[in-house]
Ligand binder design. Structure first.
Ligand code: JB2
Length: 234
């Protein structure tokens, strides 16, 4: 089993769109990432009912024309078989929160939709796990594996044979060259480049614009060109 309790190797075809079950979707969170997720779902033709947020000040707001419905307790007004969820918590370096909130809701029986913006270019020979998010103009090449709960954000490039563990966030415009491996719960900053064949262990944080040319065992923050290990992440 994976760290978040999911069976390993549970991949689905990258050809599926946002909703496997054709159910309406509620987006968890109502910050910037949630609006990007909702926008991708709407562009893919999905039915989005609105957002939830723990911040009561946001309840009743309209985002992308959709309401913030309440906190997560309002989900109890639906049967888990009638609605899917999408994870709208992005948060630079908030992979732990994103994973914890999703894990708690999955434990209550909720399923998380895979999100794929129609402009994402995804090879039919890539493997994309449930709940991953492939956002506008992202590219996922043949042989790549995108783990459960990953975000491949706007314009990010996942080259051939790259492997992303679960809940990795590849931020906007980052480029992972061929055969790169990134361990679970890592964050690759905006416009960073990771050279082909590099392996980064779990919970690595790569700063925006960094150029990573060497392996790192995990748990480090890497920054600069070429990137150096600056400090332990946790
Ligand atoms: O347990 C929760 C929960 N915890 C935090 N349930 C629900 N339903 N909502 C929760 N939240 C809410 O998520 C917070 O109250 C907050 O409103 C929202 C997260 O929004 P925030 O604006 O802090 O971050 P974000 O994740 O939407 O966006 C960040 O990450 C993106 C990837 C920003 O840095 C963006 O610029 C970035 N593109």
């Amino acid at each position: 089993m994976s760290p978040s309790g999911r069976p390993k190797g549970e991949f689905q075809s990258a050809q599926h769109g946002g909703s496997l079950m054709n159910l309406p979707i509620i987006v968890i969170g109502s910050g910037g990432h949630a609006t990007v997720v909702a926008d991708a779902l709407l562009a893919a033709g999905e039915r989005v009912l609105g957002f939830t947020d723990t911040d009561t000040r946001r309840h009743g707001m309209l985002l992308c024309g959709l309401p913030v419905l309440g906190d997560d307790s309002m989900l109890a007004t639906f049967a888990s078989g009638d609605v899917q969820l999408a994870n709208g918590i992005g948060g630079t370096r908030a992979e732990a929160l994103r994973c914890a909130v999703q894990g708690a809701l999955e434990a209550c029986g909720w399923q998380f939709a895979t999100v794929r913006h129609p402009t994402a270019v995804v090879s039919p020979f890539a493997r994309v796990s449930p709940g991953a998010q492939l956002l506008a103009r992202s590219v996922v090449q043949p042989g790549a594996e995108v783990g459960a709960g990953c975000i491949v954000n706007t314009g990010a490039v996942i080259e051939h044979d790259v492997r992303l563990g679960e809940f990795v966030h590849v931020a906007c415009g980052a480029v992972l060259c061929g055969h790169v491996q990134v361990g679970a719960h890592s964050h690759i900053g905006a416009a960073a480049v990771v050279k082909q064949g590099v392996t980064l262990g779990a919970r690595t944080v790569v700063g925006a614009g960094a150029a990573v040319v060497k392996n790192s065992e995990g748990g480090f923050t890497l920054a600069g060109v070429p990137a150096l290990e600056m400090r332990e992440t946790r």
